[in-house]
Design a protein around this ligand. Structure first.
Ligand code: TYM
Length: 329
């Protein structure tokens, strides 16, 4: 059975980008693959969260995963830092990762540009830790959004390089995937770019109907089409991208036709989008609260997940150590 793995950094509540980029389709395949899903709390340390927030953020993401449909009986659901074997493999992989290739990663260059005062070594080797997450379970497939593609490329390079260096077939090359669909980039509501936590342009799984409706009604658009079949501006195309994720295809087609013949009213478009996002989010939001408050359940979930993940990661680590030449006295 092939292995599928994905993770989300614990840096705040989950938004629609995380849900549609990584989680929604994952939830559907828990019976078909050997599944690992985890909370990347070590990755969240690159931005130095306050100690009071560090654990709280893990709890939030864990509750939201479960509310969105991850089944801890079917997949290994765990906290990254509960599995020390991942950090150990990360050390080993760092020895075959070259500074030049890490510096050239587009995501690293973006971080340096946006945050020149915090270019720490953890940021540079972020993709190596991510490769360790994936290779620890020898995963074949990694459901992620489009923004993670450069990291998957590095994971493949390191898998290949390890196998070649030590003459083994230990690591399969992992590929990003979205279950037969293209990888998605869920746009924000501010007219350009992706939905993200730091961008402040997101709709969160925890948002109530009123908040969702207010955010959608304030989304950036333009002054409307003036000629039939004119090309959409980026902000309007973004609204349609969101709509395709949550609305019935017939409804999307109706609004596309209205855009094409210039009869579209953006107020109606946004009202429809808001209603359909609410329909997607409401049942998840309702579950988040009760799960979040059930500490006994959450601690059982992470303990079970940790045991499953450690069993798998320690088997891989042992094989990697043997290949490198570690021997017991
Ligand atoms: P993170 O926490 O930034 O995002 C988690 C997942 O959500 C996806 N995502 C999006 N997809 C589409 N459109 C968007 N606007 C959008 N915003 C976020 C991301 O692509 C990602 O799949 N480095 C990872 C976490 C990680 C990981 C891993 C993932 C650590 N180790 C191993 C997979 C495998 C990250 O920062 O994701």
């Amino acid at each position: 059975m092939e292995t599928v793995l994905s993770g989300i950094r614990s840096t705040g509540h989950m938004h629609l980008g995380n849900y549609f980029g990584a989680l929604r389709n994952f939830v559907k395949i828990q019976d078909t693959y050997n599944c690992f899903f985890f909370i990347a709390d070590l990755h969240s340390l690159t931005t130095h969260p306050h100690p009071d927030d560090f654990h709280a953020n893990v709890k939030i993401i864990l509750s939201e995963y479960l509310a969105a449909g991850l089944d801890p009986e079917k997949c290994a659901l765990y906290v990254q830092s509960d599995v020390p074997e991942i950090s150990e493999l990360y050390v080993l992989l760092n020895m075959i990762a070259y500074v030049g290739e890490l510096e050239r990663t587009t995501t690293f260059k973006d971080k340096v540009r946006l945050n020149p005062n915090n270019v720490n070594a953890g940021l540079l080797t972020y993709p190596v830790l991510m490769a360790s997450d994936i290779l620890s379970h020898r995963a074949n497939w990694v459901p992620v959004g489009k923004d993670q593609e450069p990291h998957l490329e590095i994971a493949r390079v390191l898998a290949r390089r390890f196998n070649n260096t030590y003459g083994v077939e230990l690591f399969p090359e992992p590929y990003a995937f979205n279950f037969g669909h293209d990888l998605v980039k869920v746009p924000g509501l501010d007219g350009s770019g992706k939905m993200g936590k730091s961008e402040g342009n997101g709709i969160y799984l925890i948002d109530d109907d009123k908040t969702i409706t207010r955010k959608v009604m304030h989304a950036v658009t333009d002054s409307g089409p003036t000629e039939p079949d004119s090309e959409m501006s980026e902000p309007v195309a973004n609204i349609f991208t969101l709509m395709k994720l949550v609305s019935d295809p017939d409804i999307v087609r109706q609004f596309e036709a209205a855009y094409a013949d210039c009869s579209i009213r953006y107020g109606d478009l946004k009202k429809q989008l808001a209603a359909d996002i609410c329909k997607t989010v409401a049942p998840i939001r309702e579950r988040i609260g009760s799960i979040y408050n059930d500490d006994a359940y959450l601690s059982k979930v992470v303990a079970t997940g940790r045991d499953k993940a450690r069993a798998s990661a320690s088997a891989t680590l042992k094989l990697a150590q043997q290949a490198i030449g570690f021997r017991t006295f």
